[in-house]
Structures are given as C-alpha cells and as structure tokens.
Design a protein around this ligand. Structure first.
Ligand SMILES: [Zn+2]
Length: 130
C-alpha cells in the first residue's frame, strides 16, 4: 500500500517543479518587478541594479506572450534583464531613457535562452547582442 501511494505521489511531486504560474502569482511578481524598477533593487536577486541609458523600442505584445514560457521565466528569473525599454507608443521609438538593469538577471536570461534556443519570444525579446 505504501509503495502504491508513493507511486501515485511521485508524478505529482515532479510535475510541480514545472508548474505554470497562476494569474495571482504573475500579478504578484509583476508588481514586485515594477516596484524594483523604482527602488533600483532587483526583486529576484536583491542586489542594487545598474542605472543605464537605453533605447526605447516600440513593441506590440500579443496575448500569447503573457502565457508563454519566456514570459513566465522572465517574471520568475530575470525581470530586470532588458537593456532596452519597451513602449506601446510608436512615437517613442528611438528615444532613450534611464532604467535599472540587474547583472544577475542578464546572466539568468542568457542561460535560459541557451536552454531554450528555439523559443520565439526569447529570440524576439532576448538580448540583442551576446
Ligand atoms: Zn535580478
């Protein structure tokens, strides 16, 4: 009986490692990331981030983005990796703004993209230069 129970539980334990974020968890992580962009302290790595002058890029993110593996990995592992700012206003394209960039997030994103080389969102929104 004990073996049967363990056999039933193991798949649950392993599958929980790859659990998708709930909407509430996404919201919480997104709020923490937004707050970190004001304080300059990364909400994941808890280090002071570098303030950088970066270009603004106009982007239209479809709804699929928000449920993508890249989007979830970004919230969990590298929310402050971008060396450019996203804008929904096309007229902002080409402007420059100061943002906080976390060196540990940058490394975490590069590592994630190496593990997911065919991820379209990673290719589109990931680091522009290596
Ligand atoms: Zn970080």
């Amino acid at each position: 009986m004990r073996h049967l129970t363990l056999a039933l539980l193991l798949p649950l334990i392993f599958s929980s490692c790859a659990t998708r974020l709930t909407e509430a968890e996404k919201e919480k992580l997104a709020t923490a990331a937004n707050e970190s962009r004001k304080t300059g302290v990364c909400n994941i790595h808890h280090v002071r981030m570098n303030r950088e002058l970066v270009p603004v890029e106009y982007v239209h993110l479809s709804l699929e983005y928000y449920s993508s593996a890249y989007s979830e990995a970004r919230l969990r592992e590298f929310p402050n990796s971008r060396e450019y700012a996203l804008s929904l206003q096309q007229s902002d394209e080409g402007k420059k703004v100061h943002i906080f960039v976390c060196p540990y997030c940058k490394r975490a994103e590069r590592e994630w993209i190496q593990r997911h080389p065919n991820d379209e969102w990673g290719k589109t929104l990931g680091p522009k230069s290596q």
